[in-house]
Design a protein around this ligand. Structure first.
Ligand SMILES: Cc1cc2nc3c(=O)[nH]c(=O)nc-3n(C[C@H](O)[C@H](O)[C@H](O)COP(=O)(O)OP(=O)(O)OC[C@H]3O[C@@H](n4cnc5c(N)ncnc54)[C@H](O)[C@@H]3O)c2cc1C
Length: 451
């Protein structure tokens, strides 16, 4: 943390006169509420200054002020990111930039920087249009999409960023650029997966696919034997899974041990979905609870049922090239029923399908090409030492099938070198660094390890 920022009365009045939203200096009442995070693991941010942007002009004025005063600028929306947020500089909070407009003819949604997925889901559903969201609809649309974005429809529709069509960005000089396929294509490429260090996105345009029906939901398995049987059946079915069928599994604590949640999302009617998942369902034991069927688009969040209230989350994540039997056996022993592992969730998402396709101009998504994503989620900081040790053992078990990259939305804090270096290939990292240099030559928007 640096010394607190001191403004002369003239500077203070000048800045507040240019900004419609609230401006807080460290110690001001209201600052803490402005930067409250969903993920409380890293503690409350303690920046020198916070600007609650009410419109794009506020963002421009804040960035110019920060550049003049050599204050590093960070952006916060919902605070779902892993943190930690260093104690220097300015945070621009985007929660007030929450307008959403859907044009059903072009199937384009214009989304303000502070929008959560829920508002786009709600706006698109009356037209049968479904944004390609993540698992949680309270995550910020822009922060999620800047990292690529892996959601319940990952295999049928790819990454969320594959559906981004344009961004409005305030760059380091305080000016606004539109980045799309024709204008600033280098920045447009970088914003679709490159995550940060380019500027402040104030608005994004997303294409929404038409999804007249969705077969989705989950099956819940209880009892040690059924959990093992279901997990092994799923792992055995994966190589033959139809390319547009997205599934994932999660071991979660339950009152009497553990449960295995198996989630499904298949575009199309219930009859289509049943047909395309028949081989898997036939191999499974009887589910204790099942909610598979045609799901209204507005209920997409129920597939994963992620937490919506703040939690101290820490996750350990790696992508995999496959899920061999011996890894399933090791996982069951280390984190399965009876293991006493402290995780809130041990999740494996099936990637591939549309997510693996290197379509022309696919953007800067790291981790594209991994077959699965394995994630151990902790929500109890007191259990961190145990969790770290178990995660290290699990990753060692998985070593023969670990994929070289793990998508940035799951790879951890970008201020840590291992997470940063695992998030993109060396070639992609170098190209992203070049784009950052072009649009932020003085490093006003810090991103990546400081050393
Ligand atoms: C419960 C939970 C569920 C999740 N589920 C998924 C999932 O299914 N799929 C997936 O891919 N990810 C998932 N994530 C990860 C999530 O997508 C990322 O943490 C994402 O960065 C959160 O964005 P945010 O804006 O909500 O959070 P914030 O913490 O507010 O922002 C995170 C980062 O995004 C960047 N950012 C945000 N807004 C802007 C902007 N306007 N301009 C420039 N940069 C900006 C900044 O670098 C910022 O530090 C999940 C996270 C949690 C905690």
């Amino acid at each position: 943390m640096t010394d607190s920022l001191r403004l002369t009365a003239e500077e203070d009045t000048g800045l507040r006169g240019q900004i419609t939203g609230p401006v807080f200096l460290r110690g001001d009442r209201g600052l803490e509420a402005e930067v409250e995070c969903f993920n409380t693991n890293a503690g409350l941010p303690d920046p020198e200054m916070v600007v609650g942007a009410a419109d794009e002009q506020d963002v421009c004025a804040a960035v110019r002020f920060a550049a003049d005063h050599r204050l590093p600028v960070r952006v916060q929306s919902t605070g779902h990111g892993p943190g930690p947020c260093p104690g220097d500089g300015m945070i621009i909070s985007t929660g007030r930039l929450n307008a959403v407009q859907v044009d059903p003819d072009s199937r384009l949604a214009t989304v303000g920087a502070g929008c959560q997925w829920r508002s786009v889901v709600t706006a698109g559903a009356p037209f049968g249009l479904a944004p390609i969201t993540g698992s949680s609809v309270t995550v910020g649309v822009v922060g999620h999409t800047l990292g690529g974005g892996i959601g319940p429809l990952i295999r049928s529709h790819g990454y969320s960023s594959d559906w981004a069509r344009a961004f409005r960005v305030v760059t380091a000089d305080g000016g606004v650029v539109t980045a799309d396929a024709d204008s600033h294509p280098d920045l447009f490429w970088a914003l679709r997966g490159g995550k940060g260090g380019f500027g402040v996105v104030t608005e994004m345009t997303l294409e929404l696919p038409y999804l007249p029906a969705l077969y989705a939901g989950r099956l819940v398995f209880a009892g040690d034997a059924d959990i093992e049987a279901a997990l092994r059946a799923w792992a055995g079915w994966l190589p033959s899974a139809p390319p547009d069928v997205s599934t994932s599994v999660a071991l979660v604590p339950a009152a009497d041990g553990q449960q295995l949640h198996m989630r499904f999302a298949v575009p199309g009617s219930a009859a289509d979905g049943q047909r395309r998942t028949a081989a898997l369902r036939a191999a499974l034991p009887a589910a204790a609870v099942g909610t598979l069927g045609e799901l209204p688009l507005t209920e997409v969040h129920s597939i994963h049922d992620d937490p919506v209230d703040p939690l101290p989350l820490r996750s350990f994540c790696t992508e995999l090239t496959g899920l061999p039997d011996d890894l399933v056996t090791a996982l069951l022993a280390r984190v399965g029923p009876g293991s006493a592992a402290p995780f809130a969730e041990v999740e494996i998402r099936h990637l591939g399908g549309a997510a693996a396709q290197h379509v022309a101009d696919a953007g800067a998504v790291g981790g594209r090409g991994g077959a699965l994503m394995l994630r151990l989620v902790l929500d109890d900081p007191a259990a961190a030492p145990v969790a770290v040790a178990i995660a290290a053992d699990v990753f060692a078990d998985a070593a023969p099938v670990r994929f070289a990259q793990t998508n940035v939305n799951f790879s951890g804090s970008m201020s840590k070198r291992p997470a940063f270096e695992s998030a993109w290939s060396p070639q992609m990292r170098a190209r992203l660094a070049q784009v950052r240099k072009t649009y932020d030559p003085t490093g006003l928007f810090p991103f990546g390890p400081a050393d």
